[in-house]
Write a protein that binds this ligand. Structure first.
Ligand SMILES: [Zn+2]
Length: 378
């Protein structure tokens, strides 16, 4: 069909006219909600700081993504990275705190000098508040490697007449995790020395749910146990005021999810976890915006991204489950390439290839438990 150019010109004018009307009518401030940005990972050895919403920031590049709540009460971190770039993480947090203080500093009165001088405290810059809490979403090294160093730069939140005593004892930040994280971390791997006590969780929970007993930086913070995700000790962390969820290893935007069946992880547990996250998240419009989520690895996501990832995993799981039911061997399953259509997007990570993922899924679905069939003679 041939469309007369006149119609395009007319349509163009209509759009321009309408836009002008909208511009005139728009009296409210534009939305300040942050939408999932398409980002490149920071260069190796660098930390990238992304504001998410409210007091919540993501620090990328130090291993697993670190989420930080920065504000009047100090700093709460979700995950600690591998530990190699901890000095840069601490520097980035101090910078965020300075910026926060600059934005929230009480204005000098500039008058009423008879009762209160505004000169005396004009040049006093408050020192950065300590790191008070570190939450570990799992026991894997890229999430807990920075525990010890970060803990020792912080102090637990105390008040009243115990504050001075605690300050003397130089106690570090509290490290919060599911108790299975503590169990796994305190078991020294064979032939290696036990991890230092300061690297271990100080506060653990063993129910489905754990919450900070009071607001931190103006909001409630809740941990939800994901019993069979990457391991048996995974948590997601929900910042209830900012409406931000830290997903831990339930999701990685550049690869298939990593999980370790030997440590209680499973593909079905990861899919269950993603479904629980989607139940918790509320979108702004259709599947876009609203609750923002930070996967353990990769970029910031919203419900649409999580639902797509969940669907992808469900499809691959169903294909492999079918092959397991048919008693196919691992080699046969790999040869059938059940993730072929998703490999270009998720199968390129050198440390976690498509084959490694397929093998983990196969094992977690009970594949290979029945003895292989006798080879038929042709
Ligand atoms: Zn991870």
């Amino acid at each position: 069909m041939r469309v007369h150019p006149r119609w395009w010109v007319a349509a163009g004018f209509a759009v321009i006219a309408h836009t002008a009307v909208i511009a005139q009518e728009l009296k409210v401030a534009p939305s300040t909600l942050v939408h999932a940005p398409m980002i490149q990972p920071p260069p190796a050895g660098e930390i990238e700081v992304l504001p998410i919403r409210g007091n919540i920031y993501a620090l990328l590049g130090a291993g697993a993504n670190i989420i930080a709540s920065v504000g009047a009460d100090g700093v709460l971190l979700v995950d600690a990275g591998t530990g190699e770039l901890t000095d840069k993480v601490v520097a980035a947090l101090a910078q965020l705190q300075r910026e926060w203080s600059a934005r929230n500093e009480p204005r000098p009165l500039g008058f009423g000098a008879e009762t209160r001088s505004s000169v005396a405290d004009r040049h006093i810059v408050a020192p950065p508040k300590p790191i008070r809490y570190i939450i570990n979403t799992s026991s894997t090294r890229d999430h807990v490697g920075g525990n010890e160093k970060l803990r020792n730069t912080g102090r637990t939140f105390t008040g009243g007449n115990v504050a001075n005593d605690i300050r003397d004892s130089m106690e570090g930040a509290a490290i919060i995790a599911h108790e299975n994280v503590l169990v796994r971390l305190s078991q020294a791997p064979e032939g290696r020395p036990a991890p230092p006590a300061d690297a271990l969780p100080t506060d653990t929970y063993f129910n489905d749910l754990y919450k900070l007993s009071h607001f931190f930086n103006g909001e409630g913070v809740q941990l939800l146990h994901m019993p069979k995700a990457s391991t048996d000790g995974d948590s997601i962390v929900y910042f209830r005021g900012s409406d931000v969820i830290a997903l831990g290893d339930l999701m990685a935007t550049e690869s298939y999810p990593t999980f370790d069946a030997d440590k209680g992880g499973s593909i079905n547990g990861i899919i269950d976890g993603l479904n629980a996250v989607l139940d918790l998240a509320i979108t702004e419009f259709r599947l876009e915006g609203g609750t923002m989520m930070v996967p353990g690895h990769g970029r910031i996501v919203d419900s649409g991204d999580v639902a797509y990832y969940r669907d992808m995993l469900t499809i691959i799981r169903d294909r492999i489950q079918d092959m397991v039911t048919k008693e196919m061997t691992l080699d046969e399953v790999k040869a059938a390439r059940p993730a072929a259509d998703y490999d270009p997007e998720y199968g390129r990570t050198p440390g976690w290839t498509s084959d490694m993922f397929i093998e983990a899924v196969y094992k977690s679905l009970g594949g290979g438990r029945t003895p292989p069939r006798p080879v038929r003679k042709k």
